[in-house]
Design a protein around this ligand. Structure first.
Ligand SMILES: *Cc1c(COP(=O)(O)O)cnc(C)c1O
Length: 229
């Protein structure tokens, strides 16, 4: 076994034991293997080890890597910011967009996306209110999804966040909890084409805490593919 398949097995086991510890269904937690900056060959290794979902954060890199990997099993998720002039590429490359944080971006995606089934999107929330981070403010999320409710090419599946970094996971836990609570509040609005079933949160250093707090998509990069140079 190569190191990627060993790492994937370890991460999957850690997710499973976290779920067992807190009484959650492990099938409700999907692993997004964040392959940004890593070559297509490593994505292919991960595919051979049974990994399906890959996270990329730059359109140009994905435009190179997706056709190089060229494997119908792979599902690509955009986890980084999306500029409106790149939307025309994004709608062709990605199965899910985790980073919708404005009405203008949602409108552009809705306009450019042409397939029959709606495009799955998550609303990125700046849960820690950090000035340098992307995402809508928590109190703006409701008006954004209300504006998106009649965008028929988009299906809002839930929320995504990148909380403030802290070496102690217990300091990060309240942010995960806040995102889960916000999703609960928004779900109660029962807006058309808004489901709030997915919570994208947790990375290499904090995914177990995120799973404990309800993550359904954990985005793990360096713990699978090694540190980025
Ligand atoms: C890079 C990145 C990750 C993965 O980070 P690791 O610490 O390598 O696991 C997750 N989410 C986002 C939004 C990222 O940009």
């Amino acid at each position: 076994m190569n190191s990627i398949s060993v790492n994937l097995t370890t991460i999957r086991q850690r997710i499973a034991s976290t779920c067992a510890r807190v009484g959650k269904d492990p099938s409700r937690v999907q692993l997004v293997a964040v392959s940004k900056t890593k070559p297509a060959a490593l994505v292919m290794d991960a595919l051979e080890a049974g990994q399906i979902i890959f996270g990329e954060n730059r359109i140009q890199e994905a435009r190179d890597k997706v056709p190089t990997v060229n494997d119908a099993r792979a599902q690509w998720h955009l986890i980084g910011p999306l500029q409106r002039n790149k939307v025309k590429y994004a709608v062709k490359l990605f199965h899910m967009i985790h980073s919708v944080d404005s009405i203008a971006l949602a409108e552009a995606l809705n306009k450019r996306y042409t397939q029959a089934d709606p495009l799955s999107v998550l609303i990125q929330v700046n849960i820690g209110g950090e000035t340098q981070k992307h995402g809508v403010a928590p109190d703006q999320a409701q008006s954004l999804i209300r504006a998106m409710a009649d965008m028929k090419n988009l299906a809002v599946k839930g929320l995504m966040t990148v909380p403030p970094y802290h070496p102690d996971q217990e300091q990060i836990r309240p942010y995960f909890r806040d995102l889960a609570q916000l999703a609960e509040d928004l779900k109660r609005l029962e807006l058309p084409s808004v489901s709030m079933d997915e919570l994208s949160m947790g990375m290499s250093h904090d995914f177990e805490t995120a799973v404990e707090e309800g993550a359904t998509l954990v985005r793990v990069g360096s713990a699978i593919f090694g540190n980025r140079g």
